[in-house]
Design a binder for this molecule. Structure first.
Ligand code: AMP
Length: 495
């Protein structure tokens, strides 16, 4: 099939040609005509399938006629993370370059003033993370009664990050007569329930995951003593043909420490994690994407879903505690038909975690030896004793994806209604957030045959465990203290 068989306008076809796309992807083939007809869509698709264009292209044509009024956006796209929201906005800019639609991005960590000014000028396409959108709504800066098209993207990731109550509130402010496009990589019961509530007579579209990253990523495992890890990493960077690389650490503090270590050794490295101020995150990512930085040391949350073209290497400096994170990490390379290379650095005590990863991907990761660095052996019985503390930190970072909004909430006007404070993410700190087990790229690997997908245990949110709070202050927090550390006073003030 060709793009010009999909009923798109000549301006859009020109933009598609300019972008370099020649053939629509399966989700584009199926979704574009349905969206153009005005039908609701329930799309089971993940990043990497061309999902963004499948809703963005027909939306641009549909919105071409008409103008937005001040503070009354005509369409709304909800994204779980700022990085994804930014990517989607960039797609709209690219595909809509021959149209005159105005877009606005409402994400936490950016100035309210600029976002409010944009809203005042009238916005055709509003792309937002739920928290910042609600903040502006509650400040009376935005009216949602003109939204005719709603996109809920990455719904299962929203669930993972605890955003569903916010999404439900937002949908409650929208007109009932609207077109809703709902995308999720997986459809667990909670997501189905939402889809049933939000959609009217939807067309269900389900597409296969993109080519397995496993097929395109050459993976290696290196087992060394913990004190040899940095040496090993530097050796690999020097000996491999590293054009650009993402280097994953399990903890934000280790991201900073490793980045400084690499820089001290004269390597061009930057850090990316959820405690960094948003402008710095955006700038760092932009520089990395533009090849101005060669090495990006990152945490899992900050680098999720990132679409970085032509990434040559992924290094797992730590063995992830959650096997699915491994799949997610290495899936950052080997994209769009290109070859990629991944190395995981393990210490002997990572034995159980490495075994879990190999079980998940259904194969052993080939070992790799480096001359001059003593190879160690995995201890099959060992599981890193810091697991739970690290897990909690990881959970904390997930919450912190919302934290700039929470920080902003402290300053904002009192609530107009008497509703209770917004819920914190519902997964337990350190607990496996359930959508990751279903995450897009996970599905590309042969899992244990017929393995049932466990439903997450849900418990009420609780304060971080004491050992987490007693962690030494991490250099790099600066004034950007994670919101969860301040949560108790805020809740008390609101009560
Ligand atoms: P998405 O699933 O929307 O995150 O898109 C994944 C990647 O596929 C992005 O880099 C898009 O630019 C690219 N892409 C989307 N549609 C096409 C297409 N029809 N042909 C080639 N690349 C595409």
């Amino acid at each position: 099939m060709n793009f010009n068989e999909l009923g798109l306008s000549p301006e859009l076809l020109q933009a598609i040609t300019d972008t370099g796309y020649t053939t629509p992807t399966p989700i584009q083939e199926q979704a574009i005509p349905v969206v153009t007809q005005g039908r609701d869509v329930l799309g089971c698709a993940q990043t990497g399938t061309g999902k963004t264009a499948s809703f963005a292209l027909p939306m641009i044509d549909k919105l071409a006629a008409g103008r937005a009024r001040a503070r009354m956006p005509r369409s709304l796209i909800l994204e779980p993370t700022r990085e994804l929201a930014t990517q989607v906005e960039a797609s709209f800019e690219r595909y809509g370059k021959h149209h005159r639609l105005s877009t606005a991005l409402l994400i936490g960590g950016e100035s309210f003033g600029d976002q409010e000014r944009k809203l005042d000028r009238g916005v055709d396409v509003l792309i937002a993370t739920p928290g910042r959108l609600l903040d502006l709504f509650e400040r009376g800066k935005i009216l949602l009664s003109d939204v005719r098209i709603l996109v809920i993207d990455e719904a299962d990731r929203m669930l993972d990050m605890g955003f569903i109550p916010d999404v439900e509130r937002i949908v409650g402010f929208l007109p009932r007569t609207r077109q809703t496009l709902f995308f999720s990589a997986t459809m667990p019961p909670e997501i189905r329930r939402l889809a049933d509530a939000f959609l009217k007579d939807p067309v269900g579209i389900s597409v296969a995951p993109p080519a397995s990253p496993a097929a395109l990523v050459e993976q290696s495992l290196i087992v060394v003593a913990p004190e040899d890890k940095r040496d090993t990493l530097r050796h690999l960077i020097a000996s491999e043909d590293v054009k650009n690389a993402l280097i994953f650490c399990n903890r934000k503090r280790d991201v900073d420490i490793l980045q400084r270590s690499l820089s001290r050794h004269g390597l061009d490295a930057a850090a990316l994690h959820g405690d960094m101020p948003q402008p710095k995150r955006t700038e760092t990512l932009e520089r990395f994407k533009n090849n101005e930085i060669r090495l990006l040391v990152a945490s899992d949350v900050a680098a999720r879903g990132l679409d970085i073209q032509g990434l040559s290497h992924v290094f797992c400096f730590d063995v992830p505690y959650h096997a699915e994170d491994y799949v997610h990490r290495i899936g950052r390379t080997g994209r769009a038909g290109r070859q990629g290379r991944s190395f995981m650095l393990a210490s002997p005590e990572d034995g159980k975690n490495v075994a879990a990863i190999e079980r998940l991907i259904g194969r052993a990761i080939p070992p790799f030896a480096i001359d001059g660095i003593a190879a160690a052996a995995l201890d099959a019985e060992a599981s890193d004793g810091r697991r739970s503390r690290r897990g909690e930190h990881r959970g904390a970072e997930r919450r912190h994806e919302r934290s700039p909004r929470n920080a902003e909430q402290r300053d904002r006007r009192p609530r107009r209604d008497n509703r209770p404070p917004r819920q914190e993410p519902r997964h337990e700190p350190g607990q496996q957030p359930h959508n990751e087990t279903h995450d897009a790229e996970v599905l590309t690997f042969p899992g244990p045959a017929g393995a049932p997908v466990a439903e997450p245990r849900r418990r009420p949110p609780r304060e971080p465990a004491p050992d987490h709070r007693s962690e030494p202050r991490v250099v790099g927090f600066g004034d950007d203290l994670p919101a969860f550390l301040r949560r108790a006073p805020r809740v008390a003030a609101e009560a």
